[in-house]
Design a binder for this molecule. Structure first.
Ligand SMILES: NC(=O)c1ccc[n+]([C@@H]2O[C@H](COP(=O)([O-])OP(=O)(O)OC[C@H]3O[C@@H](n4cnc5c(N)ncnc54)[C@H](OP(=O)(O)O)[C@@H]3O)[C@@H](O)[C@H]2O)c1
Length: 505
């Protein structure tokens, strides 16, 4: 087994959905990177489980193809500890046989080895797999012992609305304690996202400004340039609200808007996040929703030969009369002392002009313009102070402000101070899954979502969905592939300065 730092007992990482995309593209490379960094504090054994009749050797060969040169350099150490078991995760008999194999593989450590079960399965298999594991006695562990622990990582999506998320929480809660459940949102594993908390709470200068007195708007953009491609069948059952807003965007909003936790302990951080999510003003009547939300659907030029130019309705697996949104923009409000009255403008879409995720905090303009006169127009055309937190690509942060241009008069120019990860740090940033897998193995749930957080987020998003089921609800607004989304979304800025940030701003 692979070993390193100071954790005491060996660990078995059991990946359900071993032959799938996530396992090959993200999970195994993440394990390799951790092995390269000698990050594991204990010997780690990996056991892949799916129904395909593969041998361990054949699975390893498949995985090897997905590794880059760096990761391949550690493969000779990892490979002997990577095993495959063909089993149906929802079938009790298969699972009992898996238990026997895990015990055999752990050998003399069987009684003390910790186990991380990673559900890289389609969501309908989450509950049956937990039930099968529980029936086989594979989830039981003593919370007071730090050996032989059992934890479960649950992939996204966690439910498809509030009711299904509540039901899944109940099923999980029947078989596991909350501290055994790791609901993943890989955005929380990104360095830039973790840095939001460091930036806010490790620097005293921001806190006095971080409120409704000084901030005019907060916008969160998660824009993708890809179309739904060959995932049309799946995507049509989800849409941008469920696929991006309920999880990634709500998590970003919570990190930006939460109060300071008392520590970085999982309960302290998550309790503050859930307070913010619960303070989101629910959108009520359908008309309220239509005022505060703009949905869009990309349209192509009909040139089917180049599928990237297909409109959404032309994509394989998408019904020709689908009303599923591929773009959504929401004007949200948080009803608490810190944020009351500050619009939180949230936007995500597929097939947009460029791929970038960023948060823009726009501060209020100075209360009086003492530089008036003929240059007034210039001042007004320029934006007031903004803090831009760039999550991807070109990770970093930038503060925009005005300076006087050299020369006579008082002509203002906008400039910025910036921090770029690539300039500041020579070491590579770990991939999100690398960090999250390690945290789950080490029992640190700070960057995972608690059950009540998932429910609070669904509660807000369900009200949006409800507003669009009425037969007279507006259809998604068309926008061209490669554009910045439907122009109707600009109206969400009504009453405040500014507009959506663009990648080339
Ligand atoms: N791929 C990504 O980048 C990504 C990103 C974020 C979240 N996720 C989430 O991660 C999960 C997995 O996604 P994926 O893209 O890896 O899906 P996938 O490529 O379709 O893989 C699904 C895996 O589940 C296995 N499986 C299906 N039924 C099974 C059963 N009854 N027992 C055991 N194994 C079974 C399949 O193998 P067999 O057919 O051989 O059993 C396959 O290995 C999903 O919940 C997805 O939403 C994926």
């Amino acid at each position: 087994m692979l070993a390193s730092r100071a954790m005491k007992h060996p660990v078995q990482v059991v990946i359900f959905g071993a032959s799938g995309d996530l396992s090959a593209r993200k999970l195994i490379p993440a394990l390799c990177e951790n092995a390269l960094r000698r990050a594991f504090a204990a010997p780690v054994q990996v056991v892949g489980v799916s129904r395909s009749p593969l041998t361990s050797e054949a699975w390893r060969e498949q995985l090897y193809e997905w590794l880059d040169e760096r990761q391949r350099s550690v493969w000779h150490e990892l490979a002997p500890n990577i095993h495959y078991v063909a089993a149906d995760a929802s079938d009790a008999t298969s699972i009992e046989a898996l238990e026997a194999t895990l015990v055999e593989l752990a050998g003399p450590w069987a009684a003390v080895a910790g186990r991380l079960y990673y559900l890289a399965l389609k969501p309908t298999l989450f509950a049956p797999t937990i039930e099968a594991l529980s029936a086989a006695g594979m989830l039981q562990c003593d919370p007071l012992r730090d050996e032989a622990w059992r934890r479960v990582v649950v992939e996204k999506p966690f439910g498809r609305d509030l009711a299904t998320a509540q039901w899944l929480n109940i099923v999980l809660g029947k078989h596991l304690r909350e501290d055994q459940i790791y609901r993943i949102d890989h955005y929380l594993g990104k360095e830039t996202v973790q840095n939001i908390l460091a930036f806010r709470f490790q620097n005293a200068i921001w806190e006095p400004l971080w409120n409704r007195q000084h901030i005019e708007t907060v916008q969160i953009n998660v824009c993708e340039s890809v179309t739904v491609g060959d995932r049309g069948g799946y995507y049509d059952t989800s849409g941008a609200l469920r696929d991006m807003v309920q999880n990634h965007i709500m998590q970003l909003l919570a990190l930006v808007a939460m109060e300071a936790p008392t520590s970085m302990d999982a309960e302290a951080v998550r309790s503050e996040k859930v307070k913010v999510l619960r303070a989101l003003v629910p959108l009520g009547a359908a008309e309220d929703v239509w005022q505060s939300v703009v949905r869009g659907q990309y349209v192509g030029d009909g040139a089917h030969e180049n599928s990237s130019q297909n409109g959404y309705l032309d994509e394989a697996g998408v019904p020709s009369d689908s009303r599923t949104e591929t773009f959504i923009a929401v004007r949200a409000q948080i009803h608490n002392w810190r944020w009351n009255g500050v619009p939180f403008l949230l936007r995500t879409g597929k097939a947009m002009r460029s791929r970038y995720s960023e948060i823009v905090i726009r501060f209020r303009a100075p209360p009086a313009d003492i530089f008036g006169g003929p240059q007034q127009a210039d001042v007004c055309r320029l934006r007031p102070n903004e803090l831009v937190i760039r999550i991807q690509p070109d990770e970093g942060m930038r503060i925009r402000f005005l300076v006087k241009q050299p020369g006579p008069g008082a002509v203002m120019r906008q400039t910025s101070l910036g921090f770029d990860y690539s300039d500041t740090f020579s070491e590579r940033s770990p991939d999100a899954y690398e960090r999250l897998l390690l945290d789950a193995i080490e029992g640190n749930a700070t960057l995972f979502i608690r059950g009540d957080e998932a429910e609070a987020s669904w509660r807000f998003c369900d009200a949006i969905s409800a507003g669009f089921v009425a037969p007279d609800a507006p259809s998604p607004s068309p926008y061209s592939v490669g554009s910045t989304g439907p122009h109707e979304a600009d109206a969400l800025f009504q009453g405040c300065e500014g507009t959506w940030s663009h990648d080339d701003d």
